[in-house]
Write a protein that binds this ligand. Structure first.
Ligand SMILES: [Fe+2]
Length: 231
């Protein structure tokens, strides 16, 4: 039957969000296994619990408009999950690369949800469905808080992950015009003393080449905990 009314549009949006949340709950379960950063992992687990609440709120929103809750396939959420899964399959990322990818994957999911909730809230507002507006606003605030957490912590988390990656992955310094080989060791050593990132890369490179003992200042600065992260 063709949709001809605003209520049918709202019902569709709620069904789309319900499907998306149910799928995202599964994705969050995967993320908690893939993410090792303790702060990030704890936040993902917290958000999974929030997502269970969000699913309940959507069911209550259906009730508020006198409809039975029904999930409708959300192709965008399916696509977000497929993007994550195909990256793993095609790129066969190392653990730190996958964890770094997951930051972007999570941020994409949160922004999709934010757009979906803002859309449904606007429709419910036009219809005067205040209970639906209130329920969806509560969820929207949680989604915005999660997106903002990822954005605030992404660079710090990526730096820690970069230290666990293969040397060639962390020696890239865009502000100095591209990747640096070991032949440019002087510059790499300078950036090592600034961030500690290249220090790890030199340590790893030296280990694999058996030249660890001649590591110099940069290698000595790499904390023991970073060496552990490589294993
Ligand atoms: Fe979310």
């Amino acid at each position: 039957m063709p949709a001809t009314q605003m209520k049918e549009l709202l019902k569709h949006e709620l069904g789309d969000l319900l499907y998306a949340e149910q799928l995202i709950l599964k994705m969050l379960g995967t993320l908690t296994r893939e993410v090792n950063n303790p702060e990030m992992k704890a936040r993902v687990e917290e958000h999974a619990a929030e997502t269970e609440e969000q699913i309940e709120r959507l069911k209550r929103a259906f009730e508020a408009i006198g409809e039975k809750a029904k999930a409708e396939k959300c192709d965008a959420a399916v696509g977000l999950k497929a993007e994550h899964d195909s990256f793993k399959k095609e790129e066969k990322p190392s653990k730190p690369v996958l964890e770094a990818f997951d930051l972007g994957s999570s941020l994409r999911v949160e922004h999709y949800e934010i757009a979906g909730y803002r859309t449904a809230i606007a429709i419910a507002q036009v219809m005067g469905e205040n209970e639906v507006v209130s329920l969806l606003n509560e969820t929207l605030r949680e989604e915005e808080a999660m997106a903002s957490f990822i954005e605030r912590n992404a660079v710090k988390a990526l730096k820690l992950l970069a230290e666990q990656m293969e040397p060639r992955d962390v020696e890239f310094t865009p502000d100095e015009g591209g990747s640096q080989s070991k032949a440019k060791g002087g510059t790499a050593a300078k950036s090592a003393s600034k961030s500690g990132t290249a220090a790890k890369s030199r340590t790893t490179a030296e280990k694999s080449s058996g030249a660890g003992k001649s590591g110099g200042t940069a290698a000595k600065k790499a904390p023991a905990s970073r060496a552990k992260a490589k294993s």
